[in-house]
Design a protein around this ligand. Structure first.
Ligand code: PYC
Length: 333
């Protein structure tokens, strides 16, 4: 591996969840001229060591998340974004989108505009930043088309839990498996983190082994990438989302919130334009609503919107000493 990197990043968090945004340091031009989905695949081929370097220890950690702004192919889009984590990539990310828009506007990398369109591997998402005194207070994000994809029952045989678990599936840029946390006999709280993480990893593995999933709109093969434990609360519902190989989202998860609203609409529990608030393990919140629900070719197509706030927490320059044998590791995977 070439070892004279100087990788410049902007560090952000959105409702507690990090997004490390790679601003410069590698030549991404060979990727351009393709869709962002294709650029992501090329990035994974050519620059996966950069993902490992930035996401994993000692520069990152097991729950790190990142984004790489690229040139969009779609003329409509202002920018393209690739999303990455400790073990791979996601097609879409809500907290990451809010983080990227906030950071690029506040640093003057993107010019101020009423609406900023982002080409992601899942398609175009439309964002509206709320700016006051040069600070992005909030970002509203209209997600890609979403849809409820039915239920599966998964038999769990773990030391902590042996039981059949019902999982509701919704596509919202990522394929999300939604589980009522009561099914596990646990609740969404810090004391249950390790057990829910184990259950989440196992559920995801079993679902992907059990069924071949397709994107309901493109027909392309996809996998369940997030398991969302949902807890109904009297005031505001709460969740815990497990992704990658056991990373835990500190935020209420943007695509997870869109998946939950899509499921609630299917159940007749949320109407178009009805406000939905969702809380994370940290008690931070995203607001959401369904902007539109339409029947198209036998699919109920949901257009979800979420909004939340992100903050810049630093800037970094990462290097790799030519003598350093460790460029990205985890104690667990
Ligand atoms: O906000 O969509 C999201 C997300 C996915 C994984 C972590 N955050």
């Amino acid at each position: 591996m070439k070892k004279d990197y100087r990788l410049n990043t902007i560090e952000t968090h959105t409702a507690g969840e990090p997004t490390r945004i790679l601003i410069s340091g590698i030549n991404l031009y060979p990727l351009f001229g393709r869709s962002v989905a294709e650029q992501r695949d090329m990035f994974a081929e050519k620059f996966d060591h950069i993902r490992e370097l930035l996401m994993r220890e000692p520069r990152g950690h097991d729950d790190m998340f990142g984004a790489v702004p690229v040139k969009p192919e779609d003329d409509e889009a202002d920018i393209g974004v690739i999303f990455m984590h400790t073990t791979g990539y996601l097609d879409m990310c809500g907290h990451g989108t809010i983080g990227v828009v906030t950071a690029l506007l506040e640093r003057g990398i993107l010019p101020e505009k009423k609406e900023i369109k982002i080409e992601t591997p899942a398609g175009i998402v439309e964002t509206v930043p709320v700016i006051k005194e040069n600070k992005v207070e909030k970002v509203r994000m209209k997600n890609v088309d979403s849809s409820f994809l039915g239920k599966e029952t998964v038999e769990l045989d773990l030391a902590d839990i042996k039981s059949d678990i019902e999982v509701n599936l919704a596509y919202s840029g990522n394929l999300v498996g939604l589980v009522d946390v009561e099914e596990t006999g646990l609740s969404v709280g810090r004391q249950e983190l390790e057990t829910l993480k184990k259950i989440g990893i196992e559920l995801r593995k079993k679902l992907n082994e059990k069924r071949n999933f397709e994107n309901p709109f493109s027909g392309k093969k996809i996998e369940v990438s997030l398991i969302e434990f949902c807890e109904e609360r009297k005031g505001v519902d709460k969740n815990l989302v497990v992704f990658a190989d056991g990373s835990i989202d500190r935020s209420p998860c943007g695509t997870g919130t869109c998946a939950k609203m899509t499921y609630l609409y299917h159940e007749g529990k949320l109407d178009v334009n009805e406000e939905y608030r969702y809380r994370s393990i940290l008690d931070t919140e995203f607001d959401g609503k369904i902007l539109k629900a339409e029947e198209k070719e036998e699919i109920t197509v949901i257009t979800p919107e979420i909004s939340g706030s992100a903050y810049i927490i630093g800037r970094s320059t990462f290097v790799l000493d030519p003598k350093d044998p460790l460029s990205g590791f985890s104690l667990y995977k």
